[in-house]
Each structure stands twice: as structure tokens, then as C-alpha cells.
Design a binder for this molecule. Structure first.
Ligand code: NAD
Length: 364
């Protein structure tokens, strides 16, 4: 018997090589006379050119930092209010898209972005969002999630207003991503897919997206970063989108819960932080369903899949041991804060602080 479930996938998705050419039409189709463009630094020149050709773009913000700060959101909200803009377009990785999403939800609010960061409810009215991802990893273009930091406090906020109206996923935009970032973002997409699959919130619909994502990612992740092979990069952009559609409903779990203190205290980029515990949790979460998934993906067991992730991390030069981290790792704090994170409740296995401590200690 199939259990009851809900599925909400509200984003108009445009996928394909060359799909960026649809951006001018898409921007005019949302019927906004004034919009703000949030642009990754790498695309700053592209953003400036786009503004020249698009009268509706009233302002551009291209000072987005990785692990984006609330101060960036505050600047975009000021631009939205000053120009009377009713839409935000974002071109960049998850950092640009999340900045745009949070700002869009604050556009017509009487409260400050900081108050919303601290939990004040968002008003119903919000600016429309168009998202154009340039990394293959976060899936932020299809999720109702925004991840923003205030200093070292990194926080995920869920809000239906964060769903973009439309997104353009043009794999060609990812061709310039440096090798190591390609590996890290690719592992982020892998983690989204497998965590959506094992999440306690998984549904038949999210399972379809998760397995489809993993079938695209597993055979192409290595080539996408090692040789920059274009077919592999296209497959990764597709896999990242599918993974986003999977975790948008199912949510992520233990690896993401642990990624927060790892990024906050040890400054790991998001994908590397998720991957840090990925092979450990594949082993700890292994059950019949996960073993079958590993087999579907061409591995004999979860152990073999976990070994493959460990190999990719090691050979790609990612940090795999606590000794590799910036600063001294406080295992007690890592275990406690990871376990207290709300995403840990989505994990199929619930751990004691002591069990997580042992997991981190095994990485010493
Ligand atoms: P990013 O946006 O921080 O970009 C990483 C680096 O890649 C930056 O230096 C950027 O300038 C560069 N870059 C981006 N596109 C490029 C391109 N095409 N060519 C060359 N360089 C390029 O990285 P990300 O991994 O995409 O996003 C990470 C952020 O997204 C984190 O804050 C993470 O927490 C968040 N996130 C959000 C969601 C969500 O659903 N909202 C999901 C996962 C992660």
C-alpha cells in the first residue's frame, strides 16, 4: 500500500544548453517594470551588460560572498525599496540565489532582514524571483529554502515565498567553474539526492527525482571535475536540478546537519562540509533500502558506495580528517551541535551525542 503524501513543485523550469537565451523573454514575462539583479562576482560583467540591454533592471548587486552574509541581503533589500522593484533575478551559485530569495521575501516587509533572520514571520507579499544557477550543486533554483549567515551563525530558513517563479538551468554556464569547486558542488548535489532518498520525509515522487539524480551524478561526477568533460558537466547540471526537486520536499538530513558547525567553526565551503561526513553516514544509515539503491547505482553494497565517495574526496584533495580542518576540532561541540540541528530529525537513524562523537572521533 502507498502511504498518503503531498507534493509541491511550483517552479517553471527551463533546462537546456543555450537556455540562457530565454532570459530576456522570461524577465519581461513576469511583468515587472523594475527589478534588481543579484549576480555572482564571476558574472559581474555579464550582469552589467544585461542591465544595459534590459531597461527593467533598475539596480545590480554583484558583491555576493560564498556562504552569503545577511549584510548582502540588507543591501539588496535597500535597492529593492529604493527602486520600487517588484522582482529579483539571480545569476550565480547558491550564494547569489539564496541572497536574492531572502531579499525578495523582505521586499515589502516593515521589518528588517535581521528580524526575519531571527524568526519574525515574512509578509505574504513578496517580490518575484527568477533564478539562473551557474554551479551544479545546490538546487536552490527549485527550493523554498535560503541559507544565510550572520557572522559565523549560518541559518537555513524555509518559506514558500522563496520558491522562484521560474528558473533557467543552462549547463553551459557551469563550464567555467574551477575543478575543485565542481567536485565540491557535485558532492553537494549527490548529498541532496541520497539524503532526500533516506529522509524520513521521502515520498514516491521525491524517490523518483532522487534516483534519477544519482543515476546522472554517479557516472559523471569524476569526469566533470577532472577533465571538465562537457557531457559530464551537462549531466551534473541535470542531476543537481533533479536532486533539488527531490530534497525540496523530502529535506536533507544528517550530513547537512553536521555541515553547519563544520562551515561555521572550520570554514568549509558548503559542498565540502556536506561531503565531510557523507561516507560515514552512508555506512551508518545502511539498511535494505539503501543497499538496493547502492546496487541500482552499480555498487555491490553501501560499503562499496561509501568507499567510492571517500576515494573521490581523497583524490580530489578535499579535507577528510579532523586534523585537516582550520582550527582545532572540538569533537564534543561538533557532535552536540550537529545532533541539535533540526535536519538531524530527518535522518532515518537517530543518534545519541555519544554516537556522533564516536563518528567524528573515527575521523581524527
Ligand atoms: P557559491 O555560490 O558560493 O559559489 C562558489 C564559488 O564559485 C564562488 O567563488 C563563485 O564566484 C564561483 N562561481 C559560481 N559560478 C561560477 C561559474 N560558472 N564559473 C566560475 N566560477 C563560478 O557556491 P554554491 O555551492 O553554488 O552555493 C553554496 C551556498 O548555497 C551555500 O551558502 C549553501 O549553504 C547554499 N545552499 C543552498 C541551498 C538551497 O536550497 N537554498 C541548497 C544547498 C546549498
Amino acid at each position: 500500500m502507498i502511504d498518503a503524501f503531498r507534493s509541491y513543485l511550483p517552479v517553471d523550469v527551463h533546462f537546456g544548453c543555450g537556455a540562457l537565451s530565454e532570459l530576456p523573454d522570461l524577465l519581461s514575462s513576469i511583468g515587472s517594470d523594475a527589478m534588481v539583479l543579484v549576480c555572482d562576482r564571476f558574472f559581474a560583467d555579464f550582469g552589467a551588460e544585461l542591465q544595459k540591454k534590459t531597461p527593467a533592471i533598475a539596480a545590480v548587486f554583484s558583491d555576493v560572498e560564498p556562504n552569503p552574509q545577511l549584510s548582502g541581503v540588507e543591501t539588496v533589500v535597500q535597492l529593492l525599496k529604493a527602486t520600487g522593484a517588484t522582482a529579483v533575478a539571480a545569476i550565480g551559485g547558491g550564494s547569489a540565489i539564496d541572497t536574492a530569495k531572502f531579499a525578495a521575501a523582505c521586499a515589502f516587509s516593515d521589518r528588517t532582514p535581521a528580524e526575519h533572520f531571527d524568526g519574525a514571520p515574512f509578509p505574504k507579499a513578496h517580490a518575484a524571483i527568477i533564478a539562473v544557477p551557474t554551479t551544479a550543486g545546490t538546487g536552490s533554483e527549485v527550493t523554498g529554502v535560503s541559507v544565510i549567515s550572520r557572522g559565523s551563525e549560518k541559518k537555513t530558513t524555509h518559506n514558500p515565498a522563496f520558491y522562484p517563479t521560474a528558473c533557467i538551468v543552462d549547463p553551459e554556464l557551469t563550464f567555467t567553474v574551477p575543478a575543485k569547486t565542481t567536485l565540491m558542488t557535485g558532492l553537494d548535489a549527490f548529498t541532496h539526492a541520497i539524503e532526500a532518498f533516506w529522509s524520513v520525509n521521502h515520498t514516491p515522487v521525491t524517490d523518483l527525482f532522487a534516483v534519477e539524480a544519482l543515476k546522472a551524478i554517479v557516472p559523471h561526477l569524476e569526469a566533470s571535475y577532472k577533465t571538465g568533460d562537457k557531457d559530464a558537466r551537462v549531466a551534473m547540471a541535470y542531476g543537481s536540478l533533479m536532486a533539488g526537486l527531490a530534497f525540496s520536499t523530502a529535506k536533507t538530513a544528517a550530513c547537512h546537519a553536521c555541515s553547519y558547525p563544520l562551515s561555521s567553526y572550520h570554514h568549509l565551503p558548503h559542498g565540502e562540509a556536506c561531503a565531510f561526513t557523507l561516507d560515514s553516514f552512508i555506512r551508518l544509515n545502511a539498511d535494505d533500502r539503501l543497499e538496493e539503491l547502492a546496487w541500482t547505482l552499480g555498487f555491490e553494497s553501501c560499503d562499496e558506495l561509501a568507499n567510492e565517495i571517500a576515494r573521490l574526496k581523497r583524490e580530489g584533495g578535499l579535507r577528510t580528517r579532523l586534523a585537516d580542518l582550520d582550527g582545532n576540532a572540538d569533537i564534543d561541540r561538533l557532535a552536540k551541535e550537529s545532533n541539535a540541528h533540526m535536519l538531524m530529525r530527518n535522518n532515518p537513524v537517530q543518534f545519541t551525542d555519544e554516537a556522533l562523537r564516536a563518528m567524528f572521533a573515527a575521523l581524527e
